[in-house]
Design a protein around this ligand. Structure first.
Ligand code: GRF
Length: 204
């Protein structure tokens, strides 16, 4: 059985969706002791650990400590689920090809923060979320799956965030399952799924 380690910083609703999909989550690690998602993981009998970024002088020192804790759980796959720290190149390199992230936009549009507000300001008519392999460039990397949702004329940021989040909870477990079942193939930076399962959702 493959072992998944999930990194969170807060609420952990994506982590919860992955656990509830019955995927083999070995541990949940947070950079904040007050991350709400930790409580859920403990309640489910999942191992947890906290590596407080505030206790480390540099990003490199924090990432080294984090990698040590993560490696202790012997992950085949590392899943970033609302993990709000930028990872150093060394860290990304160490887990290359087995490090996934979910980002709340249709990448390559709107990398970075405040994606829903930026999507509204840009007047896009479709928005969504992306599961991708992590590479050194922030919010880039081979795309595993995307879900698109409409942007309605009177949407506020919170409406859009909720509409997208519901789809995050669908595509992240799916992408993780494909990885765990060795279904993903990366060819020249493009991810394919063995069996040609659809790698996109559109939810009108
Ligand atoms: C999600 O919107 C995710 O796409 C982004 O941060 C948020 C985390 O939410 N990276 P949760 O902690 O999974 O509930």
């Amino acid at each position: 059985m493959k072992r998944i380690v999930i990194l969170i910083s807060g609420r952990g609703s994506n982590m919860q969706a992955i656990v509830e999909a019955g995927l083999p989550v070995a541990a949940v690690v947070s950079n904040r002791a007050d991350a709400a998602g930790l409580e859920y993981a403990v309640g489910r009998g999942i191992a947890t650990a906290v590596v407080e970024h505030r206790n480390y002088a540099t990003r490199e020192a924090f990432d080294a400590a984090l990698a040590q804790v993560v490696d202790g759980f012997r992950p085949d796959l590392l899943v970033l689920a609302g993990f709000m720290r930028i990872l150093s190149d060394d860290f990304v390199e160490r887990y290359q090809g087995r490090l996934l992230n979910i980002h709340p936009s249709l990448l390559p549009a709107f990398p970075g923060l405040n994606t829903h507000a930026r999507a509204l300001a840009a007047g896009v008519k479709l928005h969504g979320c992306t599961v991708h392999f992590v590479t050194a460039e922030l919010d880039h990397g081979p795309i595993v799956m995307q879900a698109a949702v409409p942007v309605h004329p009177r949407d506020h940021e919170a409406d859009l965030a909720a509409r997208v989040l519901a789809q995050e909870h669908r595509i992240y477990p799916q992408a993780v399952r494909w990885f765990v079942e060795d279904q993903l193939v990366i060819d020249n930076g493009v991810v394919h799924v063995k069996g040609d399962y659809p790698q996109q959702l559109y939810v009108p």
